[in-house]
Design a protein. Structure first.
Length: 149
């Protein structure tokens, strides 16, 4: 059986990162960045652990990918993230000039499309990949959080 490296495969890798965030008590959002079908960065939310509101999965992944590549631009890369990026992350993605962003669940309240954020004009955006799994993990996290309080 041949392994297909497609959007679903890489979103599953981002979901693994989200599950690690869940286990740490972080909002379960995960991200991976690829170049030529090779993962060069993996990250998940660390805002609670680092006491840093900017420590979103996307921001952590952008930094790791830029360090791996040795430059600030993420040309030829794709970001896979389990939730539609917020306005802050969209701004960072804009400046990184990443050509492709793939996300799982839509965020109609805080996602960049609802709040006026923009990606680079040449960035392709694909949404809804494994949306059910990504939104299900978020819902489970917040249900558990409410029950603990």
């Amino acid at each position: 059986m041949e392994l297909r490296l497609d959007d679903t495969y890489f979103m599953k890798m981002a979901l693994r990162e989200a599950e690690m965030a869940f286990e740490k008590g972080e909002v379960p959002i995960g991200a991976v960045i690829t170049v030529n079908d090779r993962i060069i960065a993996r990250a998940h939310n660390l805002t609670e652990q680092l006491h840093d509101v900017t420590a979103h999965a996307e921001m952590q992944a952008i930094t790791a990918a830029a360090n791996f590549l040795g430059g600030k631009y993420l040309h030829h890369c794709t970001l896979y993230v389990t939730l539609e990026p917020c306005q802050m992350c969209a701004g960072a993605l804009f400046w990184s000039q990443i050509p492709r962003v793939v996300f799982g669940a839509y965020d109609p309240q805080r996602g960049f499309t609802a709040t006026g954020g923009k990606l680079h004009p040449r960035t392709e955006l694909v949404g809804g990949i494994l949306e059910h799994e990504a939104s299900g993990l978020l819902k489970e996290f917040f249900i558990q959080k409410r029950n603990l309080n």
